[in-house]
Design a protein around this ligand. Sequence first.
Ligand SMILES: Cc1cc2nc3c(=O)[nH]c(=O)nc-3n(C[C@H](O)[C@H](O)[C@H](O)COP(=O)(O)OP(=O)(O)OC[C@H]3O[C@@H](n4cnc5c(N)ncnc54)[C@H](O)[C@@H]3O)c2cc1C
Ligand code: FES
Length: 350
Amino acid sequence: MEHLQLRITSIRQETAESKTFVVEEINKRNIEYKAGQFVTLLVTLNNKEIRRSYSISSTPGVDNDFFFTIKRIENGELSRFLFDELKVGDIIISLPPSGRFIIEKPESEVAVFIAAGSGITPVFSLIKHLLHNFPRTKVLLINQNHSEKNSIFRNDLFLLKEKFKLNFSLTEIFSQPEDYKKPSQRLNNNLLERILLQHITNSSVKFYLCGPESFMRMAQFTLKVMKYSQDFIRRENFFATAPPPPLMTDKTPHRVTIYYHNKKYNIEVAYPQNILEVALKHHIQLPFSCRGGRCSTCTARCTSGSVKMTINDVLTPTDLQEGLILTCVSYPETDLELTFTPAGMEEKIL
Ligand SMILES: Cc1cc2nc3c(=O)[nH]c(=O)nc-3n(C[C@H](O)[C@H](O)[C@H](O)COP(=O)(O)OP(=O)(O)OC[C@H]3O[C@@H](n4cnc5c(N)ncnc54)[C@H](O)[C@@H]3O)c2cc1C
Ligand code: FES
């Protein structure tokens, strides 16, 4: 996968802890992407390569610039460095945009986004995409933050609300609001159910969640109790820890044939190693980011054979039927053949 070299052309402070970085490809080539996708930055710190993904907060066809937004995590290895050190003119290396938290064409009359904190970044991009391109789709955003001043893109969201009065509803929830007239609250099952019952009178609805794991679990559980099918819920998970391998008795090595960038590779993968791990050991530079089954950067298509996946937070039932797998959490059950195209760039998702 060809890496991108991105030059920072401007930096906008969004909140005390978050900044938006506007970048251009160093040869001013167009960067192809879809609303809701992310870039994976490759930074070498202390002689070690660190990879972290950042959702693209701009929207193709709506924003002229290409930008992403980084929240500084107090003890974070890379976000702290990027937030504190990056300046205009710096060049950073990135994998091309990827990710499956995208909406090619709305398949519901209402799109409900439930976001918390920096989880607003891909959501912001998707909301602009829907409002500008699909005037018949109603968009509801439920956005949880500590306070007004911590709320990333708050002004932009208000501008969108003003511009798309009939199509866009915004419900803000603050745990520590500065405005004393506003309630201090956190999104919980009851509150979420109340908001949804107030706003949704239509059964044609899809949900898009992005925020801390516990926040998304709560939202997913509430939707389940409200009898919404899990197939109508999409999630983008920012934090992933590598899950342990699944329980498998078959420890015999399986032959994995990989077709990647017009080359063919053969490797042997035996439990408890996963496919990505072994490929990287053989210096096959397959794409990856989280290594925890959450981001989809490592997606491959299994054209023959089968795997066991420990976790899958991103591939839909249709994706699975079509043979897509996440190599970072896949363990061969048979000999396999894999092909690669950039995640999110193959076919329609929803
Ligand atoms: C698909 C995807 C899209 C992402 N998009 C964005 C984005 O648009 N903007 C953005 O700021 N981040 C985004 N992230 C998260 C980002 O990739 C990093 O995980 C984040 O910047 C922390 O990296 P770090 O090296 O600073 O922290 P690490 O050194 O990896 O982690 C330090 C500690 O902080 C915790 N932690 C990590 N991130 C957070 C957080 N956000 N809030 C609270 N605790 C945290 C970790 O669990 C760990 O305990 C995204 C992640 C993924 C997988
Ligand atoms: S690298 Fe993120 S899902 Fe595999």
